[in-house]
Design a protein around this ligand. Structure first.
Ligand code: ADP
Length: 496
């Protein structure tokens, strides 16, 4: 029966491809890592061919592993690392430079210059795009390529070059150059897309000197994105869904009504909450973004991120060598009581939302003679939960109130952590059966486009929880624990 969905999940360190059944169950996974390129401190690049080859290989492996006929794949979807920026030649397909990865900070000085030279530029950016003026987003990376790679600006002005985020690049190659497009979620991370009017923003393009002719068409997240060339997998496969990774995870977690939120706990943590048709503007520098766009109807979201989630546990393992494996943290935490808590503030690269203090540095507080390995490891896990509470508080102060949370990512394998998260947040938390929520979200979008699902309501019935956690501590204990965290954070903040 022709009812499988091929989902491409092109991530920062590896490319994955997953074959899903129509019910959203995983049939097979292919995964290939590719090299990270660090030419200078703060610079991060990917070779576009590595992105492409690893994606193809992952898909071929998944198809082979699933043991299905390619003819049985009804539709494909794409989800991807967001903001990462590529420019290539319209005719030869040759990239002008490596992909500049979202983590790359090379345009920090340029962002500062923009702020100095244009009064209220950040205001304009936030008003139009929902974002902040930051090197993280694609816009200043495009400007860097235009100004620093020989001949690129002139070629762009002659209409010879194409810009794309990773979804666009993959679409263009998968369709043999037939489709040059992106979806509204990916566009909303470029700092060039007007999220209210749903079009590229002329004012920002002019201000940054980016030729509009080098931008892709912006489609719905479930849309006709052409078809994969027959020679790649033996048959043409229609592409029906595209979304950036965090938005895809929101969809894969079936957070389709305002107030539903998901949090992904990997190296870092991204919390995204559906705000419906309202683009809620944060007063705490959280980002306003497109959650998905279906039939030209936009659903918005608010997003907050934590730099150090699983990375804190990695540091405890590899830096402090207190544990050999991340999973040991769970049994150690079970042996630690809540009295006289130790607090770890993992501000290794400053504090993100809602403090935005890049100069702050980390600390471990509350040490006593009987503090040992288990207390420090526990404090590392707890820090992830307290930081989530900080995001939740910021959202609440912005008038948005998640009533429950769906969690995913590598860290939710740790049940102690998720229970403590429920305790500190004071709201129930559910973890899904299918933890590959990002790939699942792209599959759901593709399935909607292919008519396998009639509505988001139908998709929501496919989401199943694996485990639910409810808060076990009373309000007073919760308030006390969190107050201890706030005090600890105050002590590491920079003077500025
Ligand atoms: P990413 O996609 O960012 O590479 P993953 O979702 O694979 O991350 O999650 C891996 C992260 O989760 C690592 O940083 C690791 O330290 C952390 N982690 C994995 N298992 C556990 C566990 N049982 N307890 C705590 N942290 C864990």
């Amino acid at each position: 029966m022709s009812d499988y969905i091929l989902s491409f999940d092109q991530g920062t360190t590896s490319s994955r491809a997953i074959i899903f059944s129509a019910r959203g169950e995983i049939c097979a996974i292919g995964q290939h890592e590719f090299p990270q390129i660090f030419p200078h401190s703060g610079w991060v690049e990917h070779n576009p061919d590595d992105i492409w080859e690893s994606t193809l290989q992952a898909a071929r492996d998944a198809i082979e592993q699933a043991g299905i006929d390619v003819a049985d794949i009804r539709v494909a979807g794409i989800t991807n690392q967001r903001e990462t920026t590529l420019i290539w030649d319209r005719h030869t397909g040759e990239p002008v430079y490596n992909a500049i990865v979202w983590q790359d900070r090379r345009t920090a000085a340029y962002c500062q210059q923009l702020e100095d030279e244009h009064e209220n530029i950040e205001q304009l950016i936030t008003d139009h795009t929902g974002l902040l003026l930051d090197p993280y987003f694609s816009a200043t990376k495009i400007v860097w390529l235009l100004d620093n790679v020989d001949g690129v600006r002139a070629r762009a002005e002659r209409g010879e070059l194409m810009f794309g985020t990773v979804d666009t690049y993959l679409l263009w190659r998968l369709t043999g150059g037939e489709v040059y497009a992106t979806d509204a979620t990916n566009a909303s991370r470029t700092m060039l897309f007007n999220i209210h009017r749903q079009c590229w923003d002329d004012e920002l393009l002019a201000l940054l000197g980016i030729p509009p002719g080098m931008l892709p068409e912006v489609k719905n997240s479930a849309d006709d994105f052409g078809a994969i060339r027959a020679d790649l997998f033996g048959r043409r496969i229609p592409i029906g869904g595209v979304a950036g990774d965090q938005q895809a995870a929101l969809i894969g977690q079936a957070c389709f009504t305002p107030g539903m939120a998901k949090s992904t706990y990997g190296t870092g943590c991204f919390m995204v909450m559906n705000t419906g048709d309202e683009a809620v503007r944060s007063t705490h520098r959280l980002l306003t973004t497109v959650a998905y766009r279906l039939d030209n109807q936009v659903t918005y979201a608010v997003e907050g991120s934590i730099f150090m989630a699983g990375a804190t546990i990695q540091w405890i393992r590899d830096g402090l060598r207190l544990i050999r494996d991340a999973s040991e943290s769970e049994s150690l935490a079970h042996q630690t009581g809540y009295e006289n808590p130790v607090y770890m503030v993992p501000a290794f690269t400053g504090l993100g939302a809602p403090y935005w203090d890049p100069e702050a540095r980390g600390a471990i507080l509350g040490l006593s003679r009987d503090t040992g390995i288990k207390e420090i490891v526990t404090a590392g896990l707890q820090a992830v939960c307290y930081q989530t509470r900080d995001l939740l508080e910021a959202m609440r102060e912005d008038g948005i109130r998640p009533e429950n949370l769906r969690a995913d990512g590598g860290m939710v394998a740790n049940s102690w952590l998720v229970q403590f998260l429920a305790d500190v947040l004071g709201i129930p938390i559910a973890c899904p059966k299918v933890t590959e929520t990002t790939a699942l979200g792209a599959a759901f979008l593709a399935g909607l486009q292919a008519g396998m699902y009639q509505s988001l309501d139908e998709v929501a019935t496919l989401w199943q929880d694996d485990k639910a956690y409810t808060p076990q501590v009373d309000d007073e204990a919760r308030a006390q624990l969190y107050q201890g965290w706030r005090t600890a954070v105050e002590r590491v903040r920079s003077a500025g």
